[in-house]
Design a protein around this ligand. Sequence first.
Ligand code: ATP
Ligand code: MG
Length: 398
Amino acid sequence: MNRVILIKYGELTTKKGNRKIFINTLYSNILKKLKGLNVNIFKDMSRMYIEYEDKDQDIIIKNIGEIFGIHAYSIAYKSESNIDSIKKTISMVLKENLDEHDYTFKVETKRSDKRFEPNSVECNHLFGGYILKSFKNLKVNVHEYDVLVHIEIRNDYSYVYLNEYKGLGGYPVGTLGNCLAMLSGGIDSPVASYLALKRGIKLDLVYFEAIPHTSLEAREKVINLARKLYPYSGDIKLIIVPFTKLQEAIYKNCLENYSITIMRRMMYRIMEKLTIKYKALGIVNGESIGQVASQTLTSMKVINSVTNLPVIRPVACFDKLEIIKIAKKIDTYDISILPYEDCCTIFVPKHPIINPRIDTCLEMEKKFDYEDMIAEILNNLLIINIDNNTNNEYKDIL
Ligand code: ATP
Ligand code: MG
């Protein structure tokens, strides 16, 4: 078979200096994603080509559609780089992909091999003329066409294809370092994680739980959300933080209206420790400005002041409806709306403060030894590896 999947890189071509790293990361991400399939992948500075077995075409197309860093992809037909072979290939592509109905068409030739003659415009005429002569049901219309015949003439081979599919764009996961993403059972944090992955950030996930105030169903929900991120992230760790004792201490020692603020300061403190342990450069979360009391700018400032790490908030400026739209696209929405309590929703104060003060927080935090509790928490993490094993391997922890 002389068909290949032709991949265009998109955004990464703007990062000239880092281009090699981006291409190599994309290459290894594609290799991992297609593990187990019989494929050969070739890369150059502007394209990647995947040779594959015919029977795997659909599964490969589905997988390619889940990889960040791909701008567009096509099923292209490979040809020798000479006029006769390209004509034969065009003929085969049109026969395999079009029926007998009338269509308008346009030819678009790209010539990366500038030694090739004739030039691109002349090629358009030459191959267009050939199509007109060979296919009575095809007429040229360069302004409004049903079919665009792409011809790419490259150094070693040439490629002919009709349709181009849009890729996910973004940067290949892993090109921009690692972060830890705070994953709750809500709608926002899976979307925030997805958007961070799209920026090329490799993630591990952190879930704070307060058993018995939160349930194992809530844990299972977060595992299922993590599994939905897996197609975009590849292997990913879910770190479960036992938060119960610390959370109880907060409610015992702090003013009720400050409890959420202080709880979130503790979360950030733990996140900072985890970034050291897991060698991450920053924190990602699903905070959205104004959504709840702890997400006013004043609250964010007070909460954020416990760490100097970058805190990436991909949905900070999104409306809830915009977030929901992405949640539906990545299929996390139906899981997120399941009604299990999260540690943020237990002991919710009647009037959480929207303009907290740092000195008041520090005052209250003196009342209990949170450092010790955090040290104990870090010794009792539960790690779940999310990978492509679809068996029910979580049985023992649920
Ligand atoms: P979401 O924001 O995901 O819809 P939520 O609205 O319940 O969930 P918020 O109270 O808005 O969560 O918290 C803001 C962000 O803090 C979340 O998006 C998430 O990144 C993080 N977060 C909250 N609770 C937890 C938790 N139990 N474990 C890990 N991260 C959490
Ligand atoms: Mg939220």
